[in-house]
Design a protein around this ligand. Structure first.
Ligand SMILES: Nc1ncnc2c1ncn2[C@@H]1O[C@H](COP(=O)(O)OP(=O)(O)OP(=O)(O)O)[C@@H](O)[C@H]1O
Length: 328
């Protein structure tokens, strides 16, 4: 099936009196149909530039982009009707109700007003739709913004930081809304730096750093590729943890002592731990991989600066294997 969104080798250079900045340095991204796709990156990594370029608001310096199989910006007029986007926080008139706001937006966009109650239902604002927008919480205003993007029944919905500034309740509502939209068959591209949320909401992710993709895939794949590599070790009760840790350290392991267990970093061959300890008559009662969360992966990957002028994506770089079982 044709991906809903394909970007390859996208470049954008900003020139100012202070010099030249490569905001996008050969960026690649693919979003498959029906996914809620998280677009993650630290501040200034190029997320907004990517989304604005995709929507024809900025002219790229190179690369290729396609939405629903059509090259953009050349064919943007043909696909624009199938893309809903909120890239900058929309401003609403506080004295208008949500219903009036959406009705006027429907008129302006050539959409039948009969869509208004439907989108109000979709975002859960039907009950409050006759109240003035200035009485709304930030979360409700965000949902109104999403409602405005849903008026034309898009196949692809692009949201830049939709959970920004929301309290936990607002984030939960936004999360439910994203899932409901995805269940209805829509593809959602969500830029965010709220990693826990992305992990909960998204099926797949692309992580960008310094204008390049540093990893992509399903959330599970990304986490699996970047397990912390550490294992947690518990020993039989009564065994001296410090002694056992010293034994492992002497054998070359990186050991961190905790209260009633220790962790061994980069343990590519955990059997080595049991073997070294058993040779000293110490037996392991538990050996568990320490799982990484998206935040660990994000920090690890976005901390790796891409090499200037090198065009390939960072996740295509070769990763050198562990040599001695301790990952060193
Ligand atoms: N109009 C501009 N002129 C010059 N530089 C710009 C311009 N817009 C963005 N940049 C620079 O391009 C880089 C990418 O910015 P962009 O806004 O795309 O990042 P972002 O990932 O969306 O960041 P944030 O999460 O802070 O919104 C940054 O270094 C930014 O300072």
């Amino acid at each position: 099936m044709t991906p809903v969104l394909e970007i390859s080798g996208l470049r954008k250079t900003y020139r100012s009196r202070k010099g030249v900045r490569n905001a996008l340095d050969g960026f690649d991204m693919v979003v498959e149909a029906g996914q809620v796709h998280g677009f993650l990156g630290p501040n200034g990594s190029g997320k907004t530039t990517t989304l604005r370029t995709l929507l024809g608001l900025i002219k790229p310096n190179g690369g290729r982009m396609a939405i629903l199989g059509r090259e953009v910006p050349q064919h943007l007029p043909e696909v624009a009707g199938q893309v809903g986007a909120i890239v900058e926080s929309p401003q609403f008139f506080g004295n208008f109700s949500a219903e009036l706001t959406l009705s006027l937006l429907a008129d302006a966009g050539g959409v039948n007003r009969s869509r208004v109650p439907a989108v109000l239902d979709q975002v859960g604002l039907r009950d409050r739709s006759k109240e003035r927008v200035k009485t709304y919480s930030l979360g409700m205003k965000q949902r109104l913004a999403v409602a405005s993007a849903l008026l034309k029944e898009p196949k692809l919905l692009i949201l830049d930081e939709p959970a920004n500034g929301l309290d936990p309740g607002g984030i939960r509502e936004m999360r439910t809304l994203m899932r409901d939209l995805s269940d209805s068959g829509m593809t959602v591209l969500l830029s965010s730096h709220i990693l826990g949320e992305i992990q909960l909401i998204c099926d797949s992710v692309t992580i960008i750093s310094a204008g390049r993709r540093v990893t992509s895939g399903s959330v599970a794949e990304v986490l699996a590729q970047h397990t912390s590599g550490a294992v947690r070790v518990r020993l039989e009760t009564g065994v001296d943890l410090l002694d056992a840790a010293t034994t492992l350290r002497e054998a070359g392991a990186q050991v961190t002592l905790e209260n009633d267990y220790f962790t061994v970093a980069n343990a590519t061959n955990p059997a080595l731990i049991t073997k070294v300890l058993a040779q000293r008559g110490v037996y392991v009662s538990e050996l568990t991989p320490v799982s990484a969360d998206l935040e660990d992966v994000f920090l690890e990957l976005t901390g790796t600066a891409p090499v200037a002028g090198q065009n390939r994506q960072v996740d295509e770089s070769s990763i050198s294997g562990a040599k001695n079982g301790w990952g060193q």
